[in-house]
Design a protein around this ligand. Structure first.
Ligand code: KIV
Length: 272
């Protein structure tokens, strides 16, 4: 059996010099995609962005613990190598460290994932400390936090002013000192992400955080263009599956309408 990367392995991936390789991570939600990416990534995040990409919501606020558990378990079952992190959905951890522990332990017990991720800075340092001291490895997430969409008023780049960038650096230090084993830094200027990376002892994983983070993460649906509704600036598309799917579906539709499908090859017959 392959051995999965542990939180210890990930902590060691803090980039010390140019000879080390950045952490390769992808957000992935389904068994099918998980099987395809198993051999090519260090970390898989079962992200609550599934609310938008898989379920068609306009934001991540409607995602439930059960949704995360179902998708988390599917991804764990379909992989052998990467470290699997499952996102804690909105409303499952904010109330108290005890509530956070209860939700996270349910996720870990019912999915088999190795860790959980939650969004938040200094205000969640106590929660992260409580969880890590009791056996739950926590990945942090600062910068653009999609679960704060209603207070932010939109998906905007964060940390663009000096005041905001100082707050972000303090957030990063607080959650790292509280015990987070790594952190996602989303949609912040490269200069700020670099300062954060240099200020904390744990790896930073950037999504729109520029070139100097200790790792990178993108949504696996975005890379082959499987989710075409909106493309943030930080996404690079490496293929165009959308187009291939549409071409195949159009051919099928045309053949059914013109009675070219099914043919004799695709039918069952009774024994003579
Ligand atoms: O849910 C998600 O896709 C995420 C990434 C943006 C890191 O949290």
């Amino acid at each position: 059996m392959d051995k999965r990367l542990t939180v210890r392995d990930i902590r060691k991936r803090k980039l010390m010099d140019d000879t080390q390789e950045p952490i390769v991570s992808l957000v992935c939600y389904t068994s099918q995609m998980a099987r395809l990416i198993n051999d090519h990534v260090d970390v898989i995040l079962v992200g609550d962005s599934l609310g938008m990409t898989i379920y068609g919501y306009h934001n991540t606020l409607s995602v439930t613990l059960d949704m995360m558990i179902n998708h988390g378990a599917a991804v764990v079952r379909s992989t052998t190598k990467p470290h699997i992190v499952v996102d804690m959905p909105f409303g499952s951890y904010e109330e108290s460290p005890q509530v956070a522990f209860k939700s996270a332990s349910k996720i870990m017990r019912e999915t088999g994932a190795q860790s959980v991720k939650l969004e938040g800075g200094e205000e969640f340092a106590d929660t992260i400390k409580f969880m890590t001291q009791r056996g739950i490895p926590v990945m942090g997430h600062i910068g653009l936090m999609p679960q704060r969409i209603q207070t932010l008023g939109g998906f905007f780049t964060q940390g663009k002013t000096e005041k905001e960038s100082i707050r972000l650096i303090n957030d990063a230090k607080a959650i790292s000192e509280a015990g987070a084993f790594s952190m996602v830094v989303e949609a912040i200027p490269e200069e700020v992400a670099t300062k954060i990376t240099n200020s904390v002892e744990v790896p930073t994983i950037g999504i729109g955080g520029g070139r100097n983070c200790d790792g990178q993460i993108l949504v696996s649906h975005d890379i082959p263009n499987l989710y075409g509704d909106f493309t943030p600036k930080f996404v690079k598309k490496y293929g165009n599956i959308d187009e291939n799917i549409i071409t195949a579906i159009k051919k099928y539709s045309k053949e059914v309408r013109s009675k070219l499908f099914p043919t004799e090859k695709h039918i069952f017959t009774i024994k003579k």
